[in-house]
Write a protein that binds this ligand. Structure first.
Ligand code: S3P
Ligand code: PEP
Length: 450
């Protein structure tokens, strides 16, 4: 059973303020990559700050099924005994990656050059998401990949003797596709190069470097050569800025808020949410900037501030791609109009995040016009309040958390349906959010029927 098949809803009392200090769980993108590279490295990797969410645990389970021994995770600590680039074993069964697009796309590349076959499957949402974007370039590298006629999972990766490096211009700005090809490139003859139309998160490149693998970047092009080796290195994973985003927005829109988010990842390729919120007038102070495990981190102190609508700059879109559900709530509470364009990728995430957010905002009385590649939102202004009511998260973790924080500026209670997948990226969201002042309770199906 997938997480979204269980029925979980959030109930929120209107109003409240966020105060105090909070460390949100470890970065999801980095946690996936930590498991993958640690598994392929020579030696034992000690990881701390690992995200114990369903998505990164699905990646870990996949490597365990391929014979990688690991202890943990427990309290964010995970020890992975690497098997080397050629040490993975045939899992003997399909690898179920649940709700996780990152797992499926990165593993497609990592497993395309193995000498055994693998099948990658996922839940209903993941089985709807486009995989052609990795299948096509991986086939150019010589991979044998089977998929549905629409290019979707289940994916069958057939054994190949060797892949061939390619020089690939990404048609969409996607860190998952870039990373998939770089991971395939570890197994390819010659050089694999990927150029991106706009900068995307660079955790794969950074972590390959930390494991001693040479990665060359020139402008928007990143290259590596196959046939090297990865050497285990300790990893500390920062708090996930994508999870912090809900609190950055929540504290900005809720009068009286003063919240400090600690040890947040500040990689410039992830900072769109901070840049966009600041441009909207948010009061976010970056305190104690420092380094953690090859990634910049800082504490973020956010205080309530009146926000105003903006036209979101194009270059910020890939840098905030997962934060738009939260940013749409900020826009709904801002003075004036916010316009997002160039973000059609939002339609192929865990849900169609443009349509689902537009529907939920409309249910709460906000004028939100979905567009093919974005959204126009008329904000309620500093004195305005969202209506209460019921909204559907459609099993999408980020939609569920975005509407949860929206209640901080609502006039009446909000109920968010189909929230179980919050577990994929933010275990104990409810407990941590409640501890800093979000008036949230969760209702499981059985409780609702009682
Ligand atoms: O590489 C990654 O870890 C991710 C890249 C992004 O996806 P795309 O590559 O599809 O933009 C993002 O939406 C996803 O949550 C995580
Ligand atoms: C899009 C997301 O993740 P993934 O692509 O890994 O499912 C996300 O976490 O918002």
């Amino acid at each position: 059973m997938t997480a979204s098949a269980q029925s979980l809803s959030f109930e929120l009392a209107p109003g409240g303020a966020l105060r105090g200090e909070l460390r949100v769980p470890g970065d999801k993108s980095i946690s996936h990559r930590a498991v993958m590279l640690a598994a392929l490295a020579e030696g034992t990797t000690e990881i701390d700050g690992f995200l114990e969410g369903a998505d990164s645990l699905a990646t870990l389970a996949a490597f365990r099924a391929m014979g990688v021994a690991a202890e943990g995770p427990s309290a964010g600590r995970l020890q992975v005994h690497g098997v080397g680039l050629h040490g993975l074993n045939d899992p003997g069964r399909a690898l179920d990656l649940g709700n996780s697009g990152t797992s499926m796309r990165l593993l497609s590349g990592l497993l395309a050059g193995q000498r055994f076959a693998t099948t990658l499957i996922g839940d209903a949402s993941l089985s709807r998401r486009p995989m052609g974007r990795v299948i096509e370039p991986l086939r150019q590298m010589g991979a044998h990949i089977e998929a549905t006629p629409e290019g979707r999972a289940p994916l069958g990766l057939l054994p190949v003797e060797r892949l061939q490096g390619i020089d690939y211009p990404l048609p969409v700005a996607s860190a998952q596709v870039k990373s998939s090809l770089l991971l395939a490139g570890l197994y390819a003859q010659g050089e694999t190069c990927v150029s991106e139309p706009a900068p995307t998160r660079d955790h794969t490149e950074r972590m390959l470097g930390a494991f001693g693998y040479s990665v060359r970047r020139a402008g928007n092009r990143v290259c590596l050569s196959g046939g090297g080796r990865l050497v285990a290195a300790p990893l500390s994973i920062p708090a996930d800025v994508s999870s912090a985003a809900f609190f950055l927005v929540g504290a900005s829109i809720a009068p009286g808020s003063d919240l400090t988010l600690t040890q947040v990842g500040m990689n410039p390729t992830r900072l769109g949410v901070v840049n966009i919120l600041r441009q909207m007038g948010a009061d976010i102070a970056i305190e104690r900037p420092r380094e953690l495990g090859g990634e910049p981190v800082a504490d973020l102190r956010v205080r309530a501030a009146p926000l105003h609508g903006i036209a979101i700059p194009q270059e910020q879109v890939p840098l905030a791609i997962d934060e738009f559900p939260a940013l749409f709530i900020a826009a709904a509470c801002a003075d004036g109009e916010t316009l997002l364009s160039g973000a059609s990728e939002l339609r192929v995430k865990e849900s169609d995040r443009i349509q689902v957010m537009a529907d939920g905002l409309a249910a709460l009385g906000v004028e939100a016009e979905p567009r093919p590649d974005g959204m126009r939102i008329r904000g309620l202004g500093a004195a305005g309040l969202l209506g209460g009511g019921e909204v559907e998260a459609h099993g999408d973790h980020r939609i569920a958390m975005a509407f949860a924080i929206s209640a901080l500026r609502a006039a009446a209670p909000i109920r968010v349906e189909d929230c179980a997948n919050v577990e994929t990226s933010f275990p104990d969201f409810v407990g941590l959010a409640a501890a800093v002042g979000l008036p949230i309770t969760e209702l499981r199906d059985v409780e609702r029927q009682a």
